[in-house]
Write a protein that binds this ligand. Structure first.
Ligand code: NAP
Ligand code: SF4
Length: 666
């Protein structure tokens, strides 16, 4: 049997999980969207059809003060419980199991009524919380119990109590945020009283045969966080209180250490889960940057955990478990940890989706139907938009031919996968290649498409997805041999001198800069100051960096903050990373000329010479769509998508979305 550990059911007496894979909690924005319950029912039930062992919903507040944002999801009344039934019924009908996560934001709640153990503002919120009174604490505990009771009424199989990531319960547990001197603060026993009383109340209200998972912060990654001994002691107390499963939480949201970004190694935190493994008897879930069933099996085989939680991988592919079980792991659409369409959307208060799978959270709106008119379609360019279009159109029954002038598919993704920390982008190309094969899409590599092909091969329609080319910019000396384009800089690092100026500080400028100063021999843990020996509170230590290979200046013309266009949830990582590696970022630059001496610029009205040996142009792109004029001239029906349509701010999210949308309607 493939993946014997993963597909070994977990029997807890009153409930059996059919396998060891859990879809971890993730807020999607559907919770608050119009028609959200029906949309969530479709979203979760599709994952249940894909045979995941257990689903945990996005966080739901036990009272109004617990709201992360005003009017967020809460479960406090019978009427609200009734609305949830559409979700639980759909999941159960699809053969799945589902738990509701109860989340109290505490001082992370983004509204003026936020409460916390002590009135200490978080660095990532503008609201100072109110200190909970003793009676406020007891009523909050009762609210957790009430929500668990209502979750049971609504048909959920259990609840997950969110005790990590720096939310309210976590704020009670650690000395940093709990400065109380009553029975809820001070000693460790007092600080953990709050979670233990919550479990007691939940059990009282929902009974013994209702699954209780506790998400325990095992590594806070903040100063004055928990010690390892405290984590173990709390886990043992939770076990005694009747918690059935312990889930792993890593890092507070305010920690300045990336824990789920693409630069975090796969399975980077299973070592911490393992430290707890022999200290308790109840099952333990490993989390963070686990995105394949292969890896899940390995973690289980190594005895590092009993279950594996994945959240974003289920946005990327609802069928990851089923495909892997059936020996079709090659067909899985792998999450590349970009955050661009999921967490970045959530931070903008929009419904989440997935860059590589735009259907995610849009299951009721984006529906594929077989075509009645089979067309023969030429697709010019096998980058993200072309591949996405081809797959959807082929699934609907069209005959698709992709023409790619390179010798491989992937387009800009091939460049991206050469950036340290973005290697997994090649998994998206693998996904498309394998699925295009399955749907019989004809791939023509090393071919520059011409009108002759339309005529000789008899295409009905043409889709232009030929992508982008680097923007040519006008600066004196732009043709100097020391000037190179970003694709060349990424593909041929040996062409780059010691001192490097980068023109343009968008996503690609940042990527190129971090590639230049990145040193593989330095571990992720040392670079970000994670103490794997766990000697200090919170598991943090001084970070350490090797001297970079290059001196780098990253330049932009705009005044103000650098890296403004980077993703909401990853921009800070890029900025901090370059700061650690001593990259000079300069805004408000006026470019004068490039010559043998380097690049001459003016900043704050003062001329400056940067003695660069190499100048890399990362100044954005222009559309590559020369064919369009000919297609127009000869009256051939065509569509233009992705970068070929609009190069400004082209990103893979828009490119893939446009490909899928056209594929669904052509
Ligand atoms: P971009 O984000 O548009 O950045 C282009 C940069 O070039 C800007 O900093 C711009 O700043 C500068 N520039 C533009 N025209 C110029 C000119 N004529 N002369 C000199 N400088 C000029 O483009 P990109 O960096 O190529 O990224 C392309 C797309 O890929 C973006 O949508 C981006 O979101 C996406 N991407 C994202 C990431 C990420 O989030 N990590 C990584 C890679 C790519 P000034 O005009 O101020 O000089
Ligand atoms: Fe993963 Fe990116 Fe999709 Fe989010 S948007 S689920 S990080 S691939």
């Amino acid at each position: 049997m493939l993946y014997p550990k993963v597909f070994n059911p977990l029997d807890l007496g009153f409930i059996t999980l059919k396998n060891r894979i859990i879809m971890g909690s993730m807020h999607t924005g559907l919770e608050e969207a119009k028609g959200g319950f029906e949309r969530m029912a479709a979203y979760y039930s599709e994952r249940a059809k894909g045979e995941v062992g257990l689903i945990i919903t996005g966080g739901v507040a036990p009272n109004r003060r617990a709201w992360l944002t005003p009017f967020g999801a809460k479960l406090t009344t019978d009427a609200e419980a009734t609305k949830h039934k559409v979700i639980t019924e759909a999941v159960h009908k699809a053969g799945g199991k589902i738990c509701l996560q109860i989340l109290h934001g505490g001082r992370y709640s983004f509204h003026p009524f936020a409460v916390a153990p002590s009135a200490i503002k978080s660095p990532i919120s503008k609201f100072k919380p109110w200190k909970l009174t003793g009676s406020g604490i007891w009523s909050t505990i009762r609210d957790f119990g009430n929500t668990a009771f209502l979750a049971k009424q609504a048909g959920y199989d259990g609840v997950e109590i969110m005790g990590s990531e720096g939310y309210l319960i976590n704020q009670f547990i650690v000395p940093k945020t709990n400065h109380r001197n009553d029975e809820w603060g001070g000693t460790f026993e007092n600080r953990i009283r709050f979670p233990l009383e919550i479990i007691k109340e939940v059990k009282k209200r929902a009974g013994n045969e209702f699954l209780i998972i506790f998400r325990l912060s095992m590594l806070d990654l903040i100063d004055e966080g928990s010690t390892l001994e405290e984590v173990i002691l709390l886990a043992q107390q939770l076990e005694k209180s009747g918690v059935h499963i312990i889930n792993t939480g890593i890092g507070w949201h305010e920690a300045r250490i990336p824990t789920i970004a693409s630069s975090v190694p796969n399975g980077a935190f299973t070592w911490i889960t393992q430290k707890l493994k022999n200290e308790i008897k109840i099952p333990l879930i490993a989390t963070n940057r686990i995105n394949t069933i292969d890896q899940a099996e390995m973690i289980l085989q190594n005895g590092e955990a009993d279950l594996i939680s994945m959240a974003r991988p289920f946005l990327a592919d609802p069928y990851i478990v089923q495909k892997s079980k059936n020996g079709q792991a090659n067909l899985v659409n792998t999450c590349i940890a970009c955050n661009q369409a999921c967490l970045d959307q959530i931070f903008k208060q929009q419904v989440a989706s997935c860059l590589v799978n735009p259907f995610a959270c849009h299951e009721t709106e984006m529906i594929s139907t077989k075509t009645n008119t089979r067309k023969k379609i030429a697709v010019i360019g096998g980058g993200p938009s072309g591949m996405a279009f081809s797959l959807e159109a082929a699934k609907r029954g069209h005959e698709i031919h992709v023409f790619e002038k390179q010798n491989i598919l992937g387009g800009q993704f091939n460049l991206a996968s050469l950036i340290p920390g973005k290697e997994e982008f090649k998994e998206t190309t693998r996904y498309f290649e394998e699925n295009l094969k399955l749907y019989n899409v004809r791939i023509h590599l090393n071919i520059t498409f011409t009108l002759e092909h339309v005529k000789s091969l008899g295409f009905d329609e043409v889709v232009v997805s030929s992508g982008v080319k680097p923007r040519r910019i006008e600066i004196e000396g732009i043709n100097h041999p020391k000037v190179i384009s970003y694709p060349d800089a990424i593909k041929f690092p040996e062409k780059i001198g010691k001192n490097v100026a980068i023109i343009g500080a968008g996503g690609i400028g940042y990527d190129v800069a971090s590639t230049l100063v990145h040193k593989r021999e330095l571990s992720y843990y040392k670079h970000w100051g994670i103490d794997q020996e766990y000697k200090s509170r919170g598991g943090i230590m001084q970070s350490a960096h090797n001297e970079p290979n290059h001196k780098v200046w990253l330049l932009q013309r705009k005044e103000g903050k650098m890296g403004e266009t980077l993703g909401k949830t990853t921009g800070w990582i890029h900025r901090l990373n370059l700061k650690k590696l001593k990259v000079d970022t300069i805004a408000g630059v006026e470019y004068q000329k490039i010559d043998d001496q380097g690049i001459h610029i003016v900043v704050n009205n003062k001329p400056k010479l940067l003695a660069a040996d190499t100048v890399i142009i990362c100044a954005g792109q222009e559309s590559e769509n020369e064919l369009v004029k000919d297609l127009e001239k000869y009256g051939i029906k065509f569509y233009v998508i992705g970068g070929a349509l609009k190069a400004g701010e082209v990103d893979a999210k828009r490119a893939i979305m446009e490909g899928v949308e056209l594929g669904l309607k052509i």
